[in-house]
Design a binder for this molecule. Structure first.
Ligand code: TYM
Length: 350
């Protein structure tokens, strides 16, 4: 029988990079750009939490990515601490996962530059996320927005990542990461593991509550489009009740009812009940009753996370120490990988 103490020191050693874990490596990231929403939670964070025991996990608050769009010193700081606390409050456990801040490990920026030499400008220009964000303002968007996926590739490739749990919108960036890694390996010899996206069949693309043809997004100018993790119960309930619905009155998930399908998806993920069971329960009851119950489910699911986040926000030293320790662990791995990459590319002298 392995004692709890022994198990803990084993997992600490694995996390510290002192011994290899035989579990697949997971890496994922999230930007500290405020207004984290239900899409971030159900498409990413909750899956990270649920899978912690299965993998060797690294989760990163990508503050350098957040600089690709306009930020202020103050908002970046506040959003970073708040996001760390949201992740902890949602159940990420520093004993089972490395949680760290991207800018604390300088190797991310260095690898980004080196990988840019095997990335084509055309590939970056064609990224959907870049095209959406740069649409109509090519001359004004930052070059960082264009380079964004190279930094993301660096994040992932630094840690020999096998799996990247993300929402659907990140699939193209993971595919580009694979292309960059393959090109590097072909040119310089086998160096990088090719990562696979881990995208769940349900919840990987929650849609706007105001327009079910658009994804729920942090940058939506309309605050009613997304349920923010910080919304109070009255606001959440109001947003759900005013959410657009489809023509007709039936509560069913079909392609011609994208709005109600989106709400059913949220209900099912938070309550654990299959969509088919919900369709039966609400048959003939109309949208009103369904939305009232959904509002209750959402409020109840997020309340404990909000409460814990508020407690942690009142004690910012907890997040500070988790991130500092996480950075030490991540750095130990990143430094090793970078010296291999520099050596392969011939950067530096013997
Ligand atoms: P970010 O911060 O935009 O989003 C964080 C995670 O939330 C998912 N997500 C959604 N899932 C379902 N429905 C939605 N409407 C929705 N909106 C967002 C995202 O897919 C993501 O998983 N580029 C990344 C951050 C990043 C990263 C990385 C991710 C940087 N480096 C390395 C993985 C690996 C991003 O902007 O996430």
């Amino acid at each position: 029988m392995v004692s709890e103490q022994a198990t803990r020191s084993m997992s600490e050693n694995v996390l510290a990079g002192n011994i290899a874990s035989d579990r697949p490596r997971v890496f994922s990231g999230i930007q500290p750009t405020g207004n984290f929403h239900l899409g971030n939670y159900l498409g990413a964070i909750r899956n990270w939490v649920d899978q912690q025991d299965r993998y060797d996990n690294i989760f990163c608050i990508v503050d350098l990515h957040a600089l690709s769009q306009s930020t202020t010193r103050r908002s970046l700081r506040e959003n970073t601490v708040n996001l760390a606390n949201v992740l902890l409050a949602s159940g990420l456990d520093p004993l089972r996962s490395i949680i760290f801040l991207q800018s604390d490990v300088r190797e991310h920026s260095e690898l980004c530059w080196l990988l840019s030499s095997v990335t084509q400008y055309g590939e970056l220009r064609r990224m959907t996320q870049f095209k959406d964000k740069a649409a109509g303002k090519d001359e004004q968007v930052s070059a960082a927005l264009l380079f964004y996926p190279v930094l993301q590739a660096a994040d992932i490739l630094l840690y020999e990542t096998n799996l990247v749990p993300v929402g659907e919108d990140q699939k193209q960036h993971i595919e580009l990461t694979r292309d960059i890694a393959s090109r590097f390996n072909a040119r310089y010899g086998q160096t990088f593991v090719l990562p696979r996206p881990d995208i769940k069949p349900v919840g990987a693309r929650l849609m706007s509550l105001e327009d079910p043809s658009k994804k729920m997004s942090k940058s939506d100018a309309n605050p009613n489009a997304a349920i923010a993790l910080t919304d109070d119960p009255v606001t959440m309930t109001r947003k759900i009740k005013r959410a657009v619905t489809d023509s007709g009155t039936e509560v069913i998930a079909t392609p011609d009812k994208p709005a109600i399908t989106n709400l059913l998806t949220i209900f099912s993920l938070l309550s654990g009940e299959p969509i088919a069971a919900l369709e039966t329960r609400y048959a003939g009851k109309g949208y009103g009753a369904f939305k009232s119950d959904l509002a209750e489910i959402v409020v109840a699911a997020l309340a404990p996370i909000q409460l814990r986040t508020a407690e942690l926000n009142a004690n910012p030293e907890i997040a500070r120490s988790v991130l500092a320790e996480g950075a030490d662990r991540a750095r130990a791995r990143a430094v090793r990988k970078m010296s291999e990459v520099r050596e392969r590319m011939g950067v530096g002298i013997d």
